[in-house]
Design a protein. Structure first.
Length: 450
């Protein structure tokens, strides 16, 4: 291929790169390869051969392609969501997310997640059935439709997104990605880090396929184009809460940056190594040096000491939020440019327990920071946020050394006995939480309920 022709195709691909990635982000890696119910098998075979060369991995087995109607695909997505989370759990998670400031009050988390998944879906790789699902009668693809005339000529979006999905199949076959994600589904932050590796890998590989190979320009241009993602997603799915949209886009934008760093250091072999020893936190994705240069593992936090006092309450979920979701909470409530938002970068570890008694929800959350000063500043800042956001809803904050204890909901009425018991019964980094005198208490920084 003449050098000028190669340059023309690369530039054309870069112009639609953002559109491709938005479609992938919004639709779970969507693409359109079905016409009148028939798959373009010749195109599939061509992309399968090409992505194996680009990604330097061979398919260990064929990847079946199944054609489903839009209704069938949506029902499958809902069934998969219900397999992993009960309605009660999703309801409790939504209520707890609203209490801590991640979601708007009154959110229907299940309905909102399904709306986001359904918004533009045209296909996806199913790691459970080990097959690709292509959807007939898919919805309007928004920004992709605005480049339709160009795409008819070059067919870049279809090829890129098919290559993206086939990369997911390669990841699953070689690195057992589905099993790895299932093992950490009670830790959203660790799962998000692994998904960022997966999506960053697939996005880079997909673009490399349509541009004819991997170059530094490919990586740089893709990374720069991803800055447009938030505005594009907002236009395609208006009203999506930041607590859902930011983690979704993070998988692509920050995932690309992280995987690109691995590629620059050692090519595709270095990317493969990410699956053998994956990053364990969004902090490592946001700050690649904390993985590649001076590894910073998240501090494990286990919450205990509440069971006897809250014996009438049922634990409905337990999770880790991580730096990214903590940042979303601060940005939602302080504004993106507020200086205290940077406290999220001092995150070291956290754990949240969600308790339920009939329709009442209580949250017990311990966050540990890199130093005592950051914990102090966060406690003061977050107490102010909760005062303003929750009003009369009970909430208490206590901090000791570099750790902060947050209790929201009815449980906060028992803070006088619950707080000391949780400090005694919890562990941070494998050690019992501080038992010395309290460095700061809720009486100092927040409302004190009887």
């Amino acid at each position: 291929m003449a050098q000028s022709r190669l340059k023309e195709i690369r530039e054309a691909a870069w112009r639609v790169a953002s559109a491709c990635v938005v479609a992938a982000a919004v639709a779970g890696c969507a693409y359109t390869l079905v016409h009148n119910g028939q798959v373009n098998q010749a195109q599939v075979d061509k992309v399968e051969d090409g992505i194996q060369q680009i990604r330097q991995l061979k398919f260990l087995k064929p990847v079946p392609i199944v054609v489903e109607s839009k209704d069938e695909a949506e029902a499958q997505m809902e069934a998969e969501l219900e397999r992993d989370y009960s309605d009660d759990q999703l309801s409790a998670d939504g209520a707890a997310g609203a209490l801590v400031g991640l979601y708007p009050a009154g959110i229907d988390l299940k309905a909102t997640e399904l709306k986001l998944l359904r918004s533009q879906v045209a296909g996806f790789y199913d790691p459970d059935e080990k097959q690709m699902v292509l959807v007939t009668g898919a919805v309007d693809l928004g920004i992709l439709d605005r480049t339709a005339e160009f795409l008819v000529q070059q067919d870049l979006v279809g090829q890129m997104l098919l290559a993206h999905e086939l990369t997911h199949a390669l990841q699953d076959q070689h690195f057992d990605l589905g099993t790895k994600l299932d093992a950490i589904k009670d830790n959203d932050d660790e799962a998000l880090a692994l998904k960022a590796v997966s999506e960053g890998d697939a996005t880079i590989a997909g673009l490399a396929y349509v541009t004819g190979g991997m170059t530094s320009d490919t990586l740089d241009t893709l990374s720069n184009s991803l800055h447009k993602l938030p505005a594009m997603l907002a236009s395609e799915t208006p009203g999506t809460p930041e607590g859902l949209s930011v983690p979704l886009l993070f998988q692509y934008s920050s995932g690309v940056d992280f995987v690109a760093e691995a590629y620059r250091r050692g090519g595709w072999a270095a990317v493969d190594e990410l699956y053998k020893d994956p990053p364990r936190s969004s902090h490592q994705i946001l700050h690649p040096a904390a993985y590649f240069d001076t590894p910073v593992e998240p501090v494990p936090v286990q919450i205990g000491g509440y069971q006897r006092i809250m014996s009438a309450w049922k634990k409905v979920d337990e999770d880790t939020f991580g730096e990214l979701l903590l940042r979303v909470i601060l940005e939602r409530n302080l504004g993106n440019d507020a200086s205290r938002v940077n406290l999220a970068s001092q995150w070291s570890g956290d754990r949240m327990v969600i308790l339920q008694d009939q329709r009442l929800i209580s949250v017990i959350w311990i966050i540990t920071f890199t130093n005592d000063g950051a914990a102090n500043q966060f406690a003061v800042t977050y107490a102010s946020i909760l005062d303003r956001m929750l009003g009369e809803t009970a909430h208490e904050i206590d901090y000791r050394d570099n750790s902060v204890l947050i209790v929201i909901g009815e449980a906060a009425h028992y803070m006088g006995i619950l707080g000391p018991s949780v400090w005694r019964g919890s562990t941070i980094g494998g050690y019992q939480t501080p038992s010395a005198a309290v460095a700061g208490t809720s009486e100092d920084i927040g409302p004190n309920h009887p």
